[in-house]
Design a protein around this ligand. Structure first.
Ligand code: SF4
Length: 444
């Protein structure tokens, strides 16, 4: 019998990349064969992101470019699917299946129903919580640095954000399942794990069947980190993304006590203006945010941070924007990400008066990015002469060139005769650029 092939394209955040890997596993377990050539695929799967308008638009143009005479089924999944529901069928008659981020384990069945002619269009945007994790048994393509979802959804309802509507309310996976996934990944070659969640700090897991732990009575993020750090073979541990208001002293202490937990956290502030933070419904002030970072550095002196920023939020004035630049200058982030405010359907901010023109947003974005780049250059320069532990995971463009990441998620480039991919090596940093630093591997 001829094999049915599928091609998958994922957009957006690391959680979407993680979900798309699970979809690959689920599809392969059901006999579908993955191809990297969309024109040769029977089935095209697009796993989408809805955080910014551009991301949603990109999907529809990709369908036109990637489909071919061989395409039999087109499925759109993820957050655009959840947000747009059956509107998607009206936007493109080519689409057969629309599935939300909570039901991707059902995709093989839905594809079968379309191929058999039992259904002509399928829409499933159900909010089942845990089934998809049980169905995805990662069996191949384990990378040296892997992601594991511990928490999904968000209860914060920032006024600009679609996540609470597309990923649903917060829920946490049971600690025993997370630990079992990590053990499996480590035994198959992973050395670094990043715990994923829309708001990992709100992790509130179920400790059933695990009779360990002396730290507190409930499974909050800090306790989970202590437990995971004891897994044999795990060499480095990270987590993302954090909400400032949910960062606890216990979590800061975990950073100072767990050697394999990186002294680095992504803690988005979004704006440096209290007035804008209030309109964003972020639940904290600038001073509260800066106090947490200061306390973090007191408890864990090597701690460094990254952040996200939104410029051009409705009613943002030049003064509000200058306050944001001031936070950038005061904190000195290792790296940060700045975005123009994107008006998302059905969010409170999209209804606000005082929307800022694209021209104004562009100007502010350029200014903020200049400021962030200056800090990044300064930070990278300051690493010269330091020794960093680097996990190498890919080749560079030149012969004998290899690239890895240090604990602060910075790219480190070396040239050497023996291939270090898959290894942690100590690297003496000798030079720096804006996006990476270079150095030499020290002999053990
Ligand atoms: S914390 Fe705010 S920005 Fe982050 S996912 Fe939740 S609602 Fe969205």
């Amino acid at each position: 019998m001829q094999e049915t092939s599928f091609y998958i394209k994922a957009y957006g955040c690391q959680m979407n990349v993680y979900d798309s890997k699970n979809i690959i596993e689920i599809m392969e377990c059901r006999g579908f064969v993955r191809t990297l050539d969309p024109k040769a695929a029977d089935i095209l799967v697009f796993y989408t992101c809805n955080i910014r308008e551009n991301a949603a638009r990109k999907v529809f143009s990709a369908i036109g470019m990637l489909k071919s005479s061989k395409t039999k089924v087109i499925a759109i999944g993820g957050c655009v699917a959840q947000a747009e529901k059956d509107e998607i069928f009206k936007k493109s008659s080519l689409i057969d299946i629309v599935f939300g981020p909570h039901v991707y384990h059902k995709l093989p069945d839905y594809i079968g129903q379309i191929l058999n002619g039992e259904q002509s269009k399928i829409l499933d945007i159900g909010l089942e919580k845990f089934n998809k994790f049980e169905k995805a048994q990662r069996k191949n393509d384990v990378l040296f640095s892997e992601f594991v979802t511990i928490q999904e959804g968000c209860d914060n309802f920032c006024s600009y954000c679609v996540v609470p509507y597309t990923r649903g309310r917060e829920y946490s996976r049971a600690a025993k399942d997370i630990i079992s996934d990590i053990r499996y990944l480590i035994s198959n070659g992973a050395k670094e794990i990043t715990l994923l969640g829309q708001n990992v700090n709100s992790y509130d897991g179920d400790a059933a069947y695990i009779n360990i732990g002396t730290k507190g009575n409930t499974w909050k993020l800090d306790r989970l980190l202590y437990e995971i750090s004891g897994i044999d073979g795990l060499k480095r541990l990270r987590y993302t993304t954090s909400h400032p208001k949910d960062i606890t002293v216990d979590l800061m202490t975990a950073h100072s006590e767990i050697p394999i937990l990186v002294p680095f956290a992504h803690i988005p502030i979004q704006s440096g203006s209290d007035r804008i933070l209030k309109l964003m419904n972020r639940g904290h002030t600038v001073a509260e945010y800066l106090d947490k970072l200061k306390m973090f550095r007191t408890i864990c002196p090597h701690m460094q941070f990254s952040s996200d920023f939104i410029v051009g939020f409705p009613t943002e004035t030049d003064e509000d924007f200058e306050d944001t630049v001031k936070v950038v200058n005061d904190v000195g982030y290792v790296v940060s990400y700045a975005f123009k405010y994107s008006r998302r359907k059905d969010t409170p901010a999209s209804q606000m008066d005082g929307q800022i023109s694209e021209h104004e947003k562009e100007g502010r974005l350029r200014m903020l990015q200049d400021s962030l780049s200056r800090h990044q250059i300064h930070r990278n320069n300051s690493l010269i002469g330091q020794v960093h532990s680097v996990l190498f995971d890919k080749c560079g463009k030149k012969e004998n060139q290899y690239i890895g990441k240090n604990g602060y998620m910075q790219s480190v480039v070396v040239e050497c005769d023996s291939n270090p991919i898959g290894e942690f090596r100590n690297v003496l940093i000798e030079s720096s650029g804006i996006n990476s630093v270079s150095g030499k591997i020290l002999q053990k």
